[in-house]
Design a protein around this ligand. Structure first.
Ligand code: NCD
Ligand code: ZN
Ligand code: ZN
Length: 383
């Protein structure tokens, strides 16, 4: 089946589980308006923001401010992950908030003793007291491929099981090599991979190629693609990490990461055009599974009746550069934004926001997906 001959193809809006929208004091790099505009222009209708902001999203006040900024500025639906709080009192404050879960950084596991136990307990606390019944899930960095760190995942998965939370409460993000994917699966976690680890291999050590975790060898990259095709990877997530060009040049002060929101779903569509993935695989990796991982698949991630109307129409095409870039993030790598699909239409919450390469100017009513899903999950009875 050659999808290139089929004209427009309808898909559930893409969901990106791992983005850094920046904002607040880092708005010079990117903000909630520019990043979500970029997202919409590549077919992403829901983004999950990470807590390494300034200030970090580890307290109720910081998360309240973040959610208010998103409410005001986001052109697509959103979810927010909280950082692991230092104080138990802060944790109780977080329990009232509609967050997607916790983001656990390697430093959390390495430096702060007792963190694992605290993370597991936080989960229990949130699940017991949270006002939203959506399944919370912690998302762990696969940054570090050392065996010790993977031991931590196993321990965390074990603790969650002891607390009756189940190992499926763990998601391992930005797996860069096959051994990480397998280690995540071994502890019952779900796992995502980024476009850069699937499309680019390591070429020298200059700042322009730097990202966390680092790009790997070509052999490892090809094995990652194989695992992806075999269904071992649950989701694609971009780790959109925008920086300015001047921060991506000096090897001594080099900020790692690529800006992806303008392009990655349209680049990933090349895997469909080349026959590596079926269109069903693509929809599962970019929408259905991310919705399941967020625990919101009752209303997101597929085109069933009753789903929130986040819908995109794409058309597979020859390789080309998108006509416009909306993110403030500047990539030092030229060809990172080449794609082989075009967007015909993007609908967010029932509003047509993008049509044939142009924004329509209509402002959709965007929502916190966790809040939205819990409202409709709570009020709908199973058929
Ligand atoms: C991320 C960023 O810039 O926020 N950079 C990256 O290379 N992935 C931080 C991180 O996730 O390590
Ligand atoms: Zn990271
Ligand atoms: Zn990240």
């Amino acid at each position: 089946l050659d999808y290139r001959d089929m004209g427009g193809i309808v898909l559930p809006g893409m969901i990106d589980l791992h983005v850094h929208l920046r904002g607040l004091k880092l708005s010079y790099k990117e903000d909630e308006a520019t990043s979500t505009r970029a997202a919409a222009a590549s077919g992403i209708t829901l983004v999950a923001d990470m807590p390494n902001t300034m200030p970090p999203l580890r307290s109720k006040s910081a998360i309240d401010a973040k959610l208010a900024a998103l409410r005001r500025m986001s052109l697509v639906d959103y979810a927010v992950y909280a950082g692991v709080p230092d104080e138990p009192e802060e944790a109780r404050g977080l329990a009232e908030l509609p967050i997607a879960g916790f983001k656990v950084y390697p430093e959390d596991l390495e430096e702060r003793r007792g963190t694992l136990r605290r993370i597991a307990r936080l989960h229990k606390l949130l699940i017991l007291h949270a006002e939203h019944p959506v399944a919370l899930k912690s998302i762990v960095e696969a940054e570090d491929t050392r065996a010790a760190m993977r031991g931590c995942w196993a321990e965390l998965a074990g603790l969650m099981e002891v607390l009756d939370l189940g190992p499926a409460r763990l998601h391992v993000t930005h797996a860069s090599c096959p051994s990480t994917v397998l280690a995540a699966k071994k502890v019952g976690a779900t796992v995502d991979a980024t476009p850069h680890h699937l499309f680019y291999s390591l070429r020298g050590s200059d700042c322009g190629w730097r990202v966390n975790p680092p790009l790997r060898s070509k052999a490892e990259r090809l094995s990652m693609l194989k695992l992806l095709a075999e269904g071992m990877v649950d989701a694609l997530a971009s780790d959109h990490a925008p920086h300015l060009l001047r921060e991506r040049i000096d090897p001594l002060s080099c900020s790692p990461g690529f800006a992806w929101l303008d392009s990655w779903p349209l680049l990933a569509a090349c895997l469909v055009a080349s026959g590596t993935l079926s269109l069903q695989d693509y929809a599962r990796l970019t929408s259905l599974n991310p919705a399941r991982i967020l625990g919101i698949d009752s209303v997101y991630g597929s085109l069933q009746p009753g789903m929130r109307a986040n819908i995109v129409v794409i058309k597979l095409e020859r390789w080309h550069r998108p006509a416009r870039i909306y993110s403030k993030g500047e990539n030092p790598i030229e060809n990172i934004i080449e794609v082989c699909a075009a967007l015909k239409a993007v609908i967010v919450g029932g509003t047509l926001v993008y049509l044939d390469g142009e924004f329509t100017g209509e402002k959709p009513e965007t929502v916190n997906a966790i809040e939205y899903a819990s409202t409709y999950l709570a009020s709908s009875s199973p058929p």
